[in-house]
Structures are given as C-alpha cells and as structure tokens.
Ligand binder design. Structure first.
Ligand code: MG
Ligand code: ZN
Length: 380
C-alpha cells in the first residue's frame, strides 16, 4: 500500500510540475525548420556574458527575445596568445575559424590573411552585410571583411572594405572614409563611383532610406563613434530590419549578415550596470526584429553570441527583480564560457560546448559550403 501511495504521489507531482510549467510558459519555443540555411544572421553582443543577459532580463519584466531560441550552447573564447581574448581575435575566430593573437583583424596567428565567411559568401554569390553600433571599422565588424595586423589601423581597414563587394554596411566612422590622415583618398566618393548608394547621418535619417535592391548600400550613422542608446541612439533595430529585408532581395542565393551590439562591451569596461542594461535591451530589440524576419520563413539560421564577457559582472545579494545590485571584478574582458543561441535550419549544430572557432565551421556547414547538399539538420 505505501508503495502504491508513493507511485500515485510521484505521478501527481509530475503532473503538477509539467502542468504548471506548460501553463506558465509565456514564450513558446519555436520548432526548428528542417532544411539547410539559405540565410545566416550572426548577432554579436560584444562583451555579453550570462550576467549581462540576466541583468537585461530581470530589468525587462523577466523577459528577453533570447528565450525564443530553441538551442543553446557555449563557446570557449580564448585566443591564440591569451586566455582572455580581445574583440579582434574573438571576431576573427567567428569569421575565419582560426584562433589568432589579440589585436589581429582577419589574420591567422602567423599574420596571414584568412578567408572570412563574408568573403566566402560573396564568392559563392550570396549577398552580405555588416551592421554595428560602433564605427564600421571597429574590431568586430572589421574582422569579417579586413585583414590588418592591428585593430587600430582604422584607415587601412576602411580601404580593405572597398576590396570586397559587400552589399550593405551600416555603422559609424565616416571620417575614416572621407577625411583620411594617411592618404588623400576619399573612400566615400570611391564607394559611390563603384555604384554604391552612400548616405550618412548628416544627409538623411536611416528611417527615410528606401534601399534600391539593385545597388549596394552604405549608411554612416556617425562621423566617429555612434552615441550610446542612453544618449538617443535608436538605429540598431531599424538597421537590423532594413538589413534583413534588403539582403533577402539582393541575391537569390541567400545572404550572410553580421549585426553587432557593440556598446554592451563599453558599458562593461566602464562598470556601469544601467548603461549596460540599456545597450542590452536595444540589442534584444534587434534580435527580435531578426527573429520576426526568420520566423516568417524556414530558410534562415539566426545565431546570437558574444566574443567574450566584459567586466566580470555579477548580480549580488540585495537584488530584487527589476532592481539589481551589480558587482564587477574587472575593467577588462574575462575568460568565462560564452552562451550561443540558435534558431532555424542548422540550429541543432550549436548545442554543446565547443571552441569559438567552431562557430565559423558550423555556419559553413549550415550553409552547405562543405558539401553540395547538406544532410537534414536534426530537430532538437
Ligand atoms: Mg566590438
Ligand atoms: Zn572590450
């Protein structure tokens, strides 16, 4: 008798547990579409570790767009010469699939140019784009399109950008194109001469740009560094929406797009929790725009991750939901494992724990760049 009582008790508890968890779930997990990815969108929250994600969630009614992703994994962020990576080596791991030294942009650890996923996508006839809330020549976007020994060689990085037929660039740093110190080139004009439509913050707001699907597009959001969101920057979700819809029309073969929430890292360096949360929530809006695009179709893989954590952030005792007490152990980057979120065809590849370089390899696999036909992705 006690045995049966126990069994009934367990069944009852299971029913209560699963019954509750289903009925309480506000954010349904979206099932994975089975086919290979025609489009891949990689969103990088620079400096976004688990505490940053948690802080944003608990300051946003206990909700983030990241909860909509069915697959979660972790990557190991260390670089070739330092357990603590910088953003240049971190982004090069994603773009080229190689560990390199800190400060290197699109180079192997032997300082040889490596082919980036953006360059390979271009070669294979896909459309490509980069969107950032830093300058467009800053380390994270730069590592997808440029090859330089030092990340601070901004004018060289800008020149490299003209060597690739990239379809879309949105970010700050106009001055590295049109008022250069090391040469007399006017890359703003050169882009126009190449057939690009080129706009900037001083000519018209991004909201008013109607992209021409027959022409590449560059939009400079600032002369140098764009504002933080707390000072009025609003363009990241708008740019993300524009980028997905524009690139989808640019090529029948699909597209590769990288979108960076650049300033999460800067708030981490400054140890400013509130600033950090505002940047995180802006980035989350961009994620939501991208998911809106991807959920209407079955051919788009969306990946969200960070290059590294910044600040050694913690959420400390005395915190309550919506009112958190932060701690920071550092003004610099740290070495913790970094979460990876994936949605769409090929998403199952991203579960587990792997090197940061594997993100590049998994994207290639999802695109079917390794083999002519990609085997069906496992649903998860
Ligand atoms: Mg960055
Ligand atoms: Zn940083």
């Amino acid at each position: 008798m006690p045995f049966y009582n126990r069994i009934y008790g367990v069944i009852f508890l299971l029913f209560v547990f699963f019954g509750c968890s289903v009925s309480k779930s506000e954010h349904d997990v979206v099932p994975l579409p089975p086919n290979r990815a025609k489009n891949v969108i990689l969103l990088i929250g620079d400096g976004m570790g688990l505490a940053q994600i948690t802080a944003a969630m608990y300051n946003n009614g206990n909700h983030l767009s990241l909860e909509k992703f069915p697959v979660v994994g972790f990557h190991k962020s260390y670089s070739a010469n330092d357990l603590i990576t910088d953003s240049a080596a971190g982004a090069t791991a994603f773009s080229c699939g190689v560990k390199t030294y800190n400060n290197a942009i699109g180079l192997s650890k032997d300082s040889l140019a490596c082919k980036t996923i953006l360059e390979e996508a271009e070669e294979r006839g896909l459309a490509t784009g980069l969107v950032a809330t830093s300058t467009i020549v800053h380390a994270t976007p730069a590592a997808f399109i440029a090859h330089q020994k030092l990340r601070v060689l901004y004018e060289n990085i800008a020149s490299d950008m003209l060597n690739v037929d990239v379809d879309l660039l949105i970010g700050g740093g106009k001055k590295y194109f049109d008022r250069r110190e090391n040469d007399q080139r006017d890359l703003y004009q050169e882009l126009k001469d190449k057939g690009y439509r080129v706009y900037d913050y001083s000519t018209r707001p991004l909201e008013e740009i109607i992209p021409d699907k027959k022409r590449n597009l560059v939009y400079f959001t600032a002369d140098n560094l764009p504002l933080p969101v707390s000072a009025g920057r609003t363009y990241l979700p708008i740019a993300s929406n524009l980028a997905t819809n524009f690139l989808a029309k640019r090529s029948e073969n699909g597209f590769f797009l990288m979108i960076e929430g650049s300033q999460i890292d800067w708030a981490g360096h400054a140890n400013e929790g509130e600033l950090l949360v505002s940047e995180m929530l802006d980035f989350d809006k961009a994620i939501n725009k991208v998911l809106d695009f991807a959920r209407k179709r079955d051919d788009t893989l969306v990946i969200v991750t960070a290059d590294h954590e910044t600040g050694g952030m913690s959420i400390n005792q005395g915190s309550v939901m919506g009112e958190l007490k932060y701690g920071f152990t550092s003004n610099a980057h740290t070495g913790t494992l970094i979460p990876v979120f994936a949605y769409g065809p090929g998403a199952a590849l991203f579960s587990g724990i792997y090197e940061n370089t594997a993100i590049h390899d998994k994207i290639r696999k999802a695109f079917g760049f390794n083999t002519p036909i990609l085997p069906k992705a496992n649903s998860n």
